[in-house]
Design a protein around this ligand. Structure first.
Ligand code: IVH
Length: 699
């Protein structure tokens, strides 16, 4: 077939309509060749032909400046990110949802919201009730009504730039309709695959001898992360819109109003979304959705309830990653019976021995389950789980499958109770339980390969150093061949590889390209925010939230290390300061201090300091008059509940404490304030009335 004549027409001869079509074609074509060249290393055309495409694009854009596309190849300078997709920071985090599993938990959710808002009994809390789509969430940025960027959720703070892939989503409007559109708006929703498309995809894959996908969500998620956009398009992904992120103007009114706007702009909003004035009616809708579930064209895994009034949503805010104004009422877990062949033991990074049930594979809720966590020794004893037993397993949503109980009627004669190992299966060291602990731990510490590998794996994992291309397989191989024994070794790999007899690229499973990608990914993480580094160390009881609190309190790595060294003395001021941090208890404090007191850990940290550029904690700009201040609320507040007062103060970067000391900046005294207000007066701490506090924070 000969190319359409327009393709051969000189740039200065094109009409405006032809130029529009031609720019669209060139944007797609150039992006496709970029992908082939940079990401798949499989160019289809010679460099000169590629250059000609780009020159033609530039020439047409020069003539028709008004037609320059948001995805124009001229906006993309040089190669796209060498490793996977570029990262996108969500300026408004993408939240997740808390779960409820029965009507009682739903009632508690509403009661909590009512208490928080201090609502009178007569006041109605209208709820939007809608299906929870089993897909993956995405954020779509529109500027002046034009789709300019799309990202995955990632960890909620930072996702991947999959703009072009999302453009192929069937329900994604490239341009918003209607007049009433903010200059900037990020629309959020769920990308999913319809069951019919999923069945067709799997049929085609099986016919081609490829492995079928286990569920539509995995197929959708894989589809969105294709390097070749045309492969994404083939998955026929769809989208239900339900939320917003950054906007240039506030969204006001009700959530129902917002869904109406989404519809007008050209999005698909789930047709089962409906508002109810009472929880009772909202729960009836849950049962209606359950009854519709077998007939729906897509998979759902629960029902989402959202407070309809946006001013209330705003006030309720979020606790951690979960909004206080929304909840997912999940469907009951699905169960199945199977045989437990064997109990195996996994050794985690802190040495805990976790028993795992190796099951005869069984389908549960559309997914094949072959392993389930048994948690710990007590759990096995409580349920009297034995190898060879018939067991009932269940899975709910993303939750790890569980063994619910043993079918004792079917137990074989002569079966023996399971004996929990007393030595580590990985290194043979003694395994022991500490007083009051449920976990049995390997005492091998650094000599235990499983612990060492798990620690390294944690170190490079997504919420820690997030080094792409360095997964479990690679870490294990590097550990076993001795090239990475300690975290800092990761950052000297490249230099050592240059002088190696057998450089990585010559080894099995590696190529020039994958090696250079890996080294680029490592180099990109040499600069690391303090809180990520703290979390990456994998100290017991120190999760992401605690790591952030520590980074915030100490600011830089030197200060943190110094304080923790001094805190070995439990009478010291540094120890008192540490446990005084709201959110850090004695258990976490002791784990931190003990970790830092060990010489071999100090060596690891010294080595890391030598190879890293640790970025001190960036305190959010003091945007509020109470940033960094410590506040104590006391007495009865009239304008808001204690919970709301605390949440608002924290949102303004203040620290809320329960007791008054020299370090307190303000005591907010409500009605009938007692001893705390008195103590404040004695210590010379400023005491404010509720109204004075509200005036201070701006109402
Ligand atoms: S609202 C701030 N509505 O469920 C609240 N989420 O488990 C944001 N999801 O991350 C979520 N259907 O990916 C909302 N109708 C719906 C949803 C929905 C599916 C997903 C979403 C979210 C996850 C939380």
């Amino acid at each position: 077939m000969s190319p359409p004549p327009v393709r051969d027409k000189a740039a200065d001869k094109l009409s405006e309509a032809e130029a529009t079509a031609e720019l669209e074609y060139l944007a797609g074509e150039i992006a496709r060749h970029d992908g082939l060249y940079y990401q798949q290393s499989k160019p289809e055309i010679e460099d000169s032909k590629y250059d000609a495409l780009r020159r033609r694009n530039t020439a047409i854009e020069a003539r028709f400046a008004n037609l320059v596309r948001p995805d124009s190849p001229t906006h993309r300078i040089g190669a796209p990110a060498a490793v996977g997709f570029a990262k996108v920071r969500h300026s408004v985090p993408m939240l997740s949802l808390g779960n409820a599993f029965d009507d009682g938990e739903m009632a508690e959710f509403i009661a909590r919201a009512r208490r928080f808002l201090k609502l009178d009994e007569g006041e109605t809390v209208a709820l939007m009730v809608e299906p929870k789509i089993d897909g993956l969430s995405a954020s779509l940025r529109y500027e002046n009504g034009v789709y300019v960027r799309g990202a995955t959720r990632g960890d909620g703070e930072e996702g991947e730039d999959v703009t072009e892939n999302l453009r192929t989503v069937i329900d994604l409007p490239a341009k918003l309709q209607d007049k009433d559109i903010p200059d900037v708006i990020e629309v959020r929703g769920e990308v999913y695959m319809a069951l019919a498309d999923f069945a067709a995809l799997n049929q085609a894959r099986e016919a081609d001898g490829e492995q079928a996908f286990v569920n539509p969500r995995n197929a959708a998620s894989g589809g969105l992360r294709q390097i070749d956009t045309s492969l994404t398009a083939k998955r026929r992904l769809r989208l239900f819109a339900y939320a917003w992120g950054e906007t240039s103007e506030p969204i006001t009114g009700t959530y129902g109003d917002f869904l109406d706007r989404l519809r007008k702009w050209g999005f698909q909003v789930n047709p089962l979304a409906q508002i109810f004035a009472t929880l009772e009616d909202g729960l009836a809708h849950y049962r209606h959705i359950v009854s519709m579930r077998p007939d729906l064209a897509y998979e759902i895994d629960g029902v989402v309830y959202k407070v309809d009034r946006l001013d209330w949503q705003q006030r309720l805010g979020a606790a951690g990653r979960e909004p206080r104004w929304a909840i997912a009422y999940k469907f009951a877990a699905e169960q199945a019976e199977t045989v437990l062949n064997k109990i195996s033991i996994q050794v985690g990074r802190t040495g805990s021995l976790t028993p795992v049930a190796e099951l005869e594979p069984v389908m549960v809720g559309g997914v094949t389950v072959s392993r389930a966590s048994l948690h710990n020794q007590d759990e096995i004893e409580r349920k009297d789980i034995r190898e060879g037993d018939h067991v009932i397993v269940q899975r709910a949503g993303d939750v790890i499958p569980q063994v619910v109980r043993v079918v004792t009627d079917k137990r074989a004669a002569g079966s023996q109770a399971y004996e929990f190992p007393r030595t580590c299966p990985e290194c043979g060291s003694r395994a022991a339980r500490e007083d009051g602990e449920v976990a049995t731990r390997c005492t091998g510490g650094l000599v235990c390969p499983a612990q060492a590998i798990e620690r390294l794996r944690h170190f490079v994992s997504r919420d820690a150093f997030d080094i792409e291309g360095l997964g479990e397989k690679q870490i294990k191989a590097f550990w076993l061949d001795g090239s990475v024994q300690s975290p800092a070794d990761i950052f000297t790999l490249e230099t050592r590889d240059k002088n190696a007899e057998q450089p990585l690229a010559s080894q099995k499973g590696w190529q020039e390209k994958s090696v250079s990608n890996l080294f680029a990914a490592i180099a990109a993480r040499r600069k690391i925010p303090l809180e990520r580094l703290i979390f990456a160390l994998g100290i017991r009881h120190i999760g992401q939230t605690t790591a952030r609190l520590l980074a915030r309190r100490y600011g830089n790595f030197g200060a943190l290390r110094g304080a923790l060294r001094n805190a070995v003395d439990r009478e010291s001021e540094d120890y008192a300061d540490l446990v005084d941090i709201d959110g850090i208890g004695a258990v976490a404090a002791d784990a931190l201090v003990d970790f830092h007191a060990e010489d071999h850990n100090a060596d690891v940290l010294n080595a890391l300091e030598a190879v890293l550029n640790i970025v001190p904690f960036e305190a959010p700009a003091a945007t509020s008059p109470v940033s960094g201040k410590t506040v104590v609320f006391t007495g009865t507040l009239t304008e808001m509940s204690r919970a709301e007062a605390k949440a608002r103060a924290e949102a303004l970067d203040a620290k809320v404490s329960g007791s008054v000391s020299k370090k307190t900046d303000y005591v907010v005294a409500g009605e009938a304030a007692g001893s705390k207000a008195k103590k404040a007066a004695e210590l010379g701490v400023t005491v404010l009335s509720e109204q004075e506090w509200l005036d201070l924070i701006g109402g």
